[in-house]
Design a protein around this ligand. Structure first.
Ligand SMILES: *Cc1c(COP(=O)(O)O)cnc(C)c1O
Length: 457
């Protein structure tokens, strides 16, 4: 098994290479060169061994036996940290609807599933290469916290996380700044999230600086993140035992829902995948009209889905255009120039055979949180509410599993406004509320950030 670029102009690489890489050198994304078929019956035999299931699935994409063993070992450690023995438990909500609770990890959002596994694997790859990496990330909340929790204490990786000063919630900030790990540094940038992200992009664009500092990213286009997330789709199918299940997936960068597509490719009995978006609906529009056009970003109460373009969508475009890299190259070059691309009719038909989409606005999101709480006393976060509202609209009669991507207490203000009660932080997290914080403040200035990074190592 090798990995090839969706744009076809980069050499095929190994699992160890994709572990450590962002985009392929030709600007495309790495995908496996063929889809393995899983022996689902044998996997069902793993029962409730969630780590074993993840290891089996991720290993189907790995040739090297030593990396298969490493995945198994690190998956055991990673998922033992979750606070539910089932790791990704299901909760029945109403007839034909379940929540798949993906918030039992260290930072209360689904990003832990991928990063808790990716971080030690990256560290091991660096160790073998006798190299170090400096991961630099900008965050509007969930990714930064998950990265801090996953990379804290890794021997061959340092982490600098930038967040916009005063613009993330106290819980989100404290999840990062209360880390005691010496290899983690937090920076509050005097600016917006876009300012922080732009600083990070400029850092990486300075190739000499990036090389000298060993800069690395752990962004959502990393293949290993997607492979790891595939496991909870399969485990939900096993647990419910239906002949066909639909999943509704609160979507931003299209990484999570693409993992559902991978699960279907591997043979899981998945009927449809609902791409649930907030008002930043580039994907809903693309699936409805066949035209994928960049929009402007609107801030919503589900900030992890406030995106302009959905990077991982390129992987689905590649699949649906018959894995034709030349076609993809043309499409993506056109998109870079004009901000728009048109999906070929056959490809759109193929996409619609598996994907549905719905856009959920702010008032529907609020109403969904409120009505569910009044009926069942279950509190859901705004991202999950987008998924539930889209499920009811797009697939009223199907058996639908809604991915609960974050715990309600990560977004206490929005949830309290909607439901009238404030969600409680789980007891295991209470310590962050009065632990000392470590954070440096920097102006929105590239030279200052470079100086800070260079001085710290
Ligand atoms: C990151 C995130 C999403 C979006 O996931 P993608 O893989 O980017 O589509 C949805 N909900 C929450 C809570 C997130 O943190």
């Amino acid at each position: 098994m090798k990995y090839v670029s969706t744009r076809g102009n980069a050499p095929a690489v190994s699992f160890e290479d994709v572990l450590l890489s962002g985009p392929a050198p030709d600007g495309g994304l790495y995908v496996p060169d063929a889809w393995p078929k899983l022996d689902l019956a044998q996997m069902r035999g793993l029962g409730e061994d969630y780590a074993g299931l993840t290891a089996a699935i991720v290993s189907a994409f790995i040739e090297a036996p030593e990396w298969r063993a490493a995945v198994e070992r690190h998956a055991r450690t990673a998922y033992a940290k979750f606070d539910d023995p089932k790791v990704a438990p299901l909760r029945g909500l109403e007839p034909h609807r379940w929540l798949l609770e993906l918030f039992h990890g260290p930072t209360l959002a689904f990003k832990d599933f991928a990063l808790q596994l990716l971080a030690p694997l990256m560290n091991e790859a660096l160790e073998r290469r006798k190299a170090r990496a400096l991961v630099v990330a900008a965050t509007s909340g969930d990714t930064g916290a998950a990265a801090v929790a996953a990379l804290a204490g890794q021997s061959h990786v340092d982490l600098v996380v930038l967040h916009p000063k005063g613009r993330i919630s106290d819980v989100q900030r404290r999840q990062m700044t209360t880390s005691k790990a010496p290899n983690v540094r937090n920076v509050a940038v005097e600016g917006t999230f876009d300012d922080a992200q732009s600083l990070v992009k400029q850092l990486f664009a300075d190739h000499a600086f990036a090389r000298a500092q060993g800069l690395a990213a752990i962004n959502s286009i990393n293949w290993v993140r997607i492979a790891a997330q595939t496991a909870y789709y399969v485990s939900a199918c096993f647990a419910l035992g239906r002949p066909a299940l639909t999943f509704s997936v609160p979507t931003g960068n299209f990484g999570d829902v693409f993992a559902g597509y991978v699960a279907k490719k591997l043979g899981a009995p998945i009927k449809k995948l609902i791409v649930a978006t907030n008002v930043n609906d580039i994907l809903a529009r693309a699936i409805a009209t066949g035209v994928y056009t960049r929009g402007t970003v609107h801030a919503t109460m589900s900030p992890a889905m406030d995106i302009q373009v959905a990077s991982n969508f390129e992987r689905l475009l590649y699949e649906s255009h018959g894995r034709n890299a030349a076609t993809l190259r043309k499409l993506m070059e056109g998109f870079a120039q004009s901000g728009s691309l048109t999906i070929a009719p056959d490809a759109l038909r193929a996409i619609r055979a598996t994907f549905d989409s719905d856009r959920v606005d702010e008032s529907e999101t609020t109403a969904t949180i409120k009505a569910l709480y009044e009926k069942t006393k279950v509190l859901i976060d705004p991202h999950t509410a987008v998924g539930l509202a889209a499920a009811r609209k797009a697939a009223p009669d199907d058996d639908v599993v809604v991915l609960a991507t974050a715990h309600s207490s990560k977004f206490p203000e929005a949830v309290e406004r909607a439901a009238g009660v404030r969600p409680e932080l789980p007891g295991r997290m209470h310590w962050i509320l009065d632990a000392p914080e470590r954070c440096d403040t920097l102006p929105n200035d590239l030279a200052a950030l470079k100086h800070y990074i260079a001085a710290g190592r």
